[in-house]
Design a protein around this ligand. Structure first.
Ligand code: WQD
Length: 351
């Protein structure tokens, strides 16, 4: 068996949106997966469906990143763990502005607990779920990994940047360590089966789940946050990337992490920017309905445009996004129509 096959991987936050899609890619590639999740934003139903989809079983621990003992307990029970993928975090940008201490506690202290527990347990490979928001307002586009970070526009983004620095410094003093940071642009869509997908609690902050809920009649209309940006149609431009491409980016990072010590950062994006109106049109194509919208003022903290330069991941991970915006919308719509209440199998309506 090569050094990168059949590893046992601890996945924190594995019941969440990006985590669950990554778990499918890991299981399909023959890895064993141990889930660590407090289920604050993920559901056991999602894990049950993953086992149904892949025909593989997983070991699941309910635990909290804020309790280092919970993490040490899992690492102590499973000496076979060779690598950790860390998704577990709070991720709502607007909420982080209102509750910064919660975000520092969960995202930064939680990650510090994990890294310390890994050092104490002799586990030296970590892949971290970061975000393109660490770049702040773009100085140039497309953004490569050399783009300056630090002018973060939210506590959420600052927590992601702080954990990247903690990892970098850990790798500097622990030569056997391998730390890979993955900066996501805008993950959207769902597994092609329509059995798992994005299941936001309450009113979606992000564009595509909101559009999907308008399309299915759960929301009256989309509010477009400004059409006076310096973009091709005045609305905000983002680099939307299919969640399955993001998941496969983690799979490629596992190989890198297993083979190469040191600290590395990679953008996970397509290199293609799409505006709000581009997304609305693509979604109308996917669902066969008109999406009602009205244009209101800009949202605080929004930038005009973000777009990745994905060349480093292509060159060093052998990974390249392959799904189109049309496919992202098709899969998002399939998930929405098959699961109008998300993973709520008791059919209580989502508000
Ligand atoms: C996309 C575009 C909005 C909703 C955020 C986080 C980022 C990452 C992805 C975690 C923007 C416009 C949106 C709506 C709208 N999450 N919009 N009406 O803000 O680029 O990134 O999610 O890592 O960290 O910052 O994504 O989907 O919220 O917005 O007009 O109801 O859609 O103005 O131009 P964003 P988004």
């Amino acid at each position: 068996m090569s050094s990168t096959q059949g590893q046992t991987i601890l996945v924190t936050g594995g019941a969440g949106y990006v985590g669950s899609h990554t778990v499918i890619s890991l299981l399909d590639a023959g890895h064993k997966v141990i889930i660590f999740d407090n289920f604050s934003n993920g559901r056991q139903e999602c894990l049950d469906r993953i086992e149904e989809l892949t025909g593989k079983s997983m070991t699941v621990y309910r635990g909290d990143m804020r309790n280092k003992e919970d993490i040490l307990d899992v690492l102590g029970k499973h000496k076979e763990i060779s690598l950790v993928i860390h998704f577990a975090a709070l991720k709502a940008v607007g909420e982080s502005v209102e509750k910064p201490l919660d975000y520092y506690r969960v995202n930064v202290t939680g990650s510090l607990n994990l890294i310390e527990a890994m050092v104490e347990s002799g586990v030296s490979r970590l892949i971290f779920s970061s975000s393109a928001t660490v770049y702040g307002d773009p100085i140039y586009l497309p953004m490569d990994e050399k783009h300056p970070v630090g002018n973060c526009t939210s506590p959420y983004a600052t927590t992601k940047q702080m954990v990247e620095e903690i990892m970098k410094d850990t790798c500097k003093v622990m030569p056997s360590w391998s730390g890979v940071v993955l900066r996501y642009f805008n993950p959207v869509g769902a597994h092609f089966s329509g059995m798992i997908g994005e299941d936001p609690k309450g009113i979606p902050n992000n564009l595509t789940p909101f559009v999907a809920q308008v399309a299915i009649g759960m929301r009256d209309e989309l509010k477009v946050f400004g059409n006076d940006y310096n973009t091709h149609d005045g609305t905000g431009v983002r680099d939307y990337i299919h969640i399955t491409d993001v998941a496969n980016g983690h799979l490629a990072a596992v190989t890198k992490c297993m083979e190469t010590p040191g600290f590395q950062v990679y953008n996970l994006g397509t290199g293609k920017g799409s505006s709000v109106f581009d997304v609305v049109r693509a979604f109308e194509e996917a669902c066969g309905k008109k999406i009602k919208y009205s244009i209101i003022g800009r949202r605080a903290g929004d930038v005009a445009a973000m777009c990745a330069c994905p060349k480093k991941a292509e060159a060093e991970l052998g990974w390249k996004a392959k799904y189109t915006l049309a496919e992202m919308c098709k899969d998002a719509w399939a998930w929405q129509t098959k699961n109008p209440n998300g993973f709520n199998t008791d059919n209580s309506s989502k508000q």
